[in-house]
Design a protein around this ligand. Structure first.
Ligand code: MG
Ligand code: ZN
Length: 223
């Protein structure tokens, strides 16, 4: 990949399992273990139901009155992948636009990211509503007319809305939920299941474990 000085790099970085070590929604569900959540999770993973449908239903199993307790747990259990702060700094110093594109929920995504210098408007995630008996999830960034996957937080739509001829799109992610966006990217920086999928689909990719690795990969294009 050659980057000319006229081109602008935009990074679309996943949150769960990418910025954090593991998937926060799964961790929350495992911990509170509401009856029926595992069936819903299996249906999502097998592609029998959409992510929006499944995630909405899983949170619908939890009482809204547990808000404080669940929020506290979600923040406490999250571990940030090493080098994330340095990665943000690197992007800022090299005029790389960094967007966080998360299928996670605002009540844990915002607080976990609050100690890092990422502006709120550059964080895309789903939102939560605790005003009814059970937790309801809202989807401010759902699929555009060109996506029919019922994503919930639609990463391909976000990529499309930020694409033009002068942008180099880099997707960083870990799972099947990043694949559709990865297929639209100029470069994928991948770990775990997404890495396997990049190999299968012959996508241009690099492997990462920590954000220090990501910085090294970016150096090839920015120096
Ligand atoms: Mg992920
Ligand atoms: Zn979509």
């Amino acid at each position: 990949m050659f980057v000319s000085h006229l081109q602008k790099i935009i990074i679309f970085c996943d949150f769960d399992g990418t910025i954090t070590d593991s998937d926060n929604i799964i961790n929350i569900m495992r911990y509170y273990h509401p009856p029926g959540w595992e069936t819903i999770k299996d249906d999502i993973l097998a592609g029998r139901i959409s992510i929006r449908n499944g995630v909405g239903r899983m949170f619908g199993l939890l009482p809204a009155s547990w808000r404080e307790e669940i929020t506290h747990y979600a923040i406490k259990q999250a571990t940030i992948r090493p080098g994330f702060d340095k990665f943000i700094q690197y992007c800022q110093e090299h005029n790389i636009r960094l967007l966080i594109t998360s299928g996670g929920i605002d009540f844990f995504v915002y607080p976990i990211l609050s100690s890092f210098s990422v502006p709120r408007q550059d964080i895309y995630c789903n939102s939560s509503d605790f005003s009814s008996e059970h937790i309801q999830i809202h989807w401010p960034y759902s699929c555009d007319a060109q996506c029919s996957m019922d994503c919930g937080m639609c990463k391909p739509s976000i990529l499309r809305s930020h694409s033009n001829i002068d942008t180099i799109k880099i997707v960083i992610g870990d799972s099947i939920t990043d694949l559709a966006a990865a297929k639209m990217a100029d470069l994928v920086i991948a770990r775990d299941f997404l890495l396997q999928k990049c190999q299968e689909h012959s996508l241009p990719y690099k492997e990462f474990v920590t954000f220090y690795d990501v910085i090294e990969i970016l150096k090839e294009f920015t120096n």
